[in-house]
Ligand binder design. Structure first.
Ligand SMILES: [Zn+2]
Length: 201
């Protein structure tokens, strides 16, 4: 997105000069934009839900899904987190695309989502995936700013992906808060640049 913004900002600067130069600048921008789009791998659509969902839930899921897939595609270290455990990009996408994601009231608001098995993930209707407003999160009493709500949702899906693929161990229950935070931080360090810096609120 950053590269695209720069390209679009370059357009008015070109247009201020002679008409011909402006034409050349616009052409350069168009060509650069076309090249930028071309090298992007399109993001796969989210899997269909088995349950009937309110539109706002579908939108929230789509938001987290798109950002998770974008991070996997665009952040080398993010792909690397899964690759180092033996799961390449295609396998990761296949796992996520064939996952049955379902929204349930899991009671405890501190749970964002829970993985049942490789192909099933519950998203807590009371948890952060649904209630998130901005990028601020708290992990084991420390605060972090992931940027925005999409990144928080993406982080939750990518955290669950670590459980689905079996390289994150159990981290749910008394005494496991630190393990849970470490799993989230593993994802944040790899996938969300700058997100692992502790914040003073
Ligand atoms: Zn976990």
């Amino acid at each position: 997105m950053r590269a695209l913004l720069v390209l679009l900002l370059a357009l008015p600067a070109g247009a201020q000069t002679f008409q011909r130069q402006a034409g050349d600048a616009a052409l350069t921008v168009r060509r650069a934009f076309a090249a930028y789009i071309k090298k992007r791998v399109p993001l796969p659509p989210p899997p269909a839900f088995a349950q009937q969902l309110p539109k706002r839930r579908v939108r929230a899921f789509r938001d987290g899904w798109d950002e998770a897939l974008r991070l996997l595609r665009d952040e080398k270290d993010c792909r690397g987190l899964y690759a180092k455990h033996g799961f390449g990009f295609d396998e990761v996408v296949k796992t996520m695309s064939s996952t049955n994601y379902a929204f349930y009231d899991l009671g405890d608001a501190s749970i964002g989502a829970e993985t049942l098995d490789r192909g099933s993930v519950f998203i807590n209707t009371r948890g952060l995936f649904v209630t998130v407003q901005d990028g601020l999160i708290t992990l084991d009493r420390r605060h972090y700013d992931l940027g925005d709500a999409s990144d928080v949702r993406a982080m939750i899906l990518l955290h669950e992906l670590g459980h689905q693929l079996g390289f994150f161990g159990p981290d749910h229950g008394p005494g496991l808060e630190q393990a849970n935070a470490e799993h989230s931080l593993d994802v944040i360090r790899a996938c969300i640049p700058g997100g692992a810096i502790p914040q003073i609120l």
